[in-house]
Design a binder for this molecule. Structure first.
Ligand code: FRU
Length: 569
């Protein structure tokens, strides 16, 4: 037995890992007290060969260590002096293929174990908005608002994952880090807020745009930064692209969430969310710099939104839908979140709007508008053009429920396609969602009014009604809440009443009269897509209890056919 193990007190934790050559470790640690260092040491058969340490006791700090040789390595730390939040390793040369390997999390940030769960979740810690969603170097990438060390919002980083089909993701190293000053204390002063990613014009590689928030910074709390990455896994030094808000526009300090895209005139454009005395506003910028790195100038307000008493617009995005960006007749969709908005009629908060119209590079003329999602748990939705197909994804949650004093694990929505049909915006799940269907559970009993029970909560239900707008109630059996999908005189809705919770808003698409309804269930969520995505409702379910069974408690006689699948990633 080697010496280290013989002296090991019961406060020593040891993690054994077998490594290929050239593994890079990311280790987040802090000191447990102010008088001694926190440290993690590395040992192999020949004994200890390295140590990383930190003096800060207030917040976990990142230490990076590269192990060149490979083989069996043991990492150890003394919990009397050292707290460790996360340890993962990866091999930089092929991490896009292999992902990171997480070897340590703790009770405060561990991900839930959800066998069969098929929604994207972070490998540890907190997640909110999707960021920088796009296809780069051939593969879909998803970045997201992230805090590694707990399940509550705090100093923002960008997490990162890569996929080949938008459904099966590999976790990658954390991509964007806030300034060192912000990471010294977990005091929620800001960080790397939401933004977008574009391919580098002189590629390969990417350029990201994001808001840097530093609470109480004068004169601006929120400024816009850019950084590039040639390997798609590490961001270079960030530079300021917009150091202040436009003057004279009557704006509050809200100035965030840059969305960068190519305009109809070939110039790079940027949208930002803000607020003025008129209501929520979307600001438009553009640059003649072909690299998009510099030269950003203010064009004007693209949209002013007074409805629902919003206090700021967040995460705007704009993309062409039914033709090339360069054609004058092409319709564009403008999606934006209404922070702090409230629909008094239903009690729903933080609504997301989708306006369809024409964008000439400088102004947007609206043809019609819809709510993006009547369930409102599809926030900070971000979409981009993948070739000629629009694909988007949202945060499967709502700030109205994310109380700062409760752990609040979240997922992303199913990725959605976006297209126009008969003067309406459709946002169905992407086609690849059908690849989740692993086994048919039922084709007869549900339609006959019987109860169909599930193996785990990962289920898709598809049913047709005998006429558009027939009334029904599909009851979903859950141990902690009354949950149902219904159509009644009000429209299509999701009932979600927690047994121990306050009264819920009315999640309803008024006047919706669907004929075909597709329902996706997973641990912690329900998503309803009616008539190919014409009406979509996404609702987060508290906790991880699966839905156990379904039954038409009303309207089974109107159900022409129903199919239930067990889903599997
Ligand atoms: C939206 C949002 C963004 C901001 C980010 C911070 O959910 O409030 O406006 O950039 O979250 O995490």
């Amino acid at each position: 037995m080697n010496e280290r193990l013989t002296v090991a007190a019961d406060t020593i934790r040891t993690l054994a890992v077998d490594l290929p050559v050239n593994a890079t470790f990311h280790i987040w640690l802090k000191a447990t007290g102010h008088n001694s260092l926190g440290s993690v040491s590395f040992a192999n058969a020949r004994g200890k060969f390295a140590e990383v340490s930190i003096a800060n006791a207030e917040e976990y700090g990142l230490r990076i260590y590269q192990v060149f040789g490979g083989g069996h390595v043991e990492l150890s730390f003394d919990t009397a002096t050292t707290a460790v939040s996360v340890i993962y390793w990866f091999t930089a040369a092929d991490v896009l293929e292999t992902g990171i390997t997480v070897v340590h999390t703790n009770r405060g940030n561990a991900p839930p174990e959800l066998p069969g769960g098929y929604h994207f979740r972070p490998p540890f810690g907190w997640m909110n908005d999707p960021n920088g969603f796009g296809r780069f170097d051939g593969r879909p990438h998803l970045f997201y608002q992230h805090y590694s060390h707990g399940l509550r919002w705090n100093t923002m980083h960008w997490g990162h994952a890569v996929s080949s089909d938008y459904l099966r993701w590999r976790h990658l190293p954390i991509f964007l880090f806030p300034s060192e000053d912000l990471t010294a204390r977990p005091d929620k002063r800001g960080g790397a807020f939401s933004g977008t990613t574009i391919p580098l014009v002189d590629g390969p590689g990417i350029r990201v745009f994001f808001t840097e928030q530093v609470a109480d910074r004068q004169p601006e709390q929120q400024i816009q930064l850019t950084a590039t990455s040639s390997d798609l896994i590490t961001a270079g030094q960030a530079e300021v692209v917009l150091a202040s808000r436009p003057t004279g526009a009557g704006l509050t300090p809200d100035f965030r969430d840059p969305y960068v895209f190519r305009g109809p005139d070939g110039l790079w454009k940027m949208l930002l969310g803000s607020q003025s005395d008129e209501g929520g506003v979307i600001l438009l910028y553009e640059t003649e710099d072909r690299t998009a790195a510099t030269g950003w100038t203010y064009v004007g307000k693209l949209l002013v939104e007074e409805r629902y008493r919003t206090t700021a617009i967040e995460c705007p995005c704009l993309l062409p839908l039914d033709g090339p960006a360069t054609s004058r007749s092409t319709r564009w969709v403008l999606v934006y979140g209404l922070m702090n908005s409230k629909d008094e009629e239903t009690g729903r908060q933080n609504l997301t709007m989708a306006d369809v119209g024409w964008f000439d590079g400088r102004s947007f003329s609206k043809e019609f508008g819809q709510e993006l999602d009547f369930g409102t748990d599809n926030y900070a939705f971000q979409a981009f053009l993948d070739g000629d197909r629009a694909v988007g994804i949202g945060w499967l949650a709502n700030w109205a429920d994310a109380h700062p004093d409760i752990d609040f694990p979240t997922a992303m929505t199913l990725p959605r396609a976006m297209h126009l049909s008969d003067g309406m915006l459709l946002t169905p799940p992407i086609g690849a969602a059908e690849s989740l269907r692993s086994r048919i559970l039922d084709r007869t009993r549900l339609a006959a009014g019987e109860t169909v029970t599930f193996d785990n909560g990962a289920v898709e239900i598809l049913f047709d009604l005998d006429e558009a707008g027939a009334t029904f109630e599909l009851e979903l059996d859950h141990p902690g809440a009354a949950i149902a999908v219904f159509r009644d005189q009000r429209g299509l809705g999701i009932r979600y009443e927690r047994d121990d919770g306050p009264a819920s808003p009315l999640y309803v698409a008024r006047g919706a009269n669907p004929r075909r309804v597709r329902v996706f269930l997973d641990y912690g969520s329900i998503e309803v897509f009616a008539d190919r995505g014409r009406w979509v409702g996404t609702k987060r379910i508290d906790g991880f209890e699966p839905i156990r069974a379904a039954r038409f408690s009303a309207g089974a006689q109107s159900v022409v056919q129903a199919t239930v699948w067990a889903l599997k990633l």
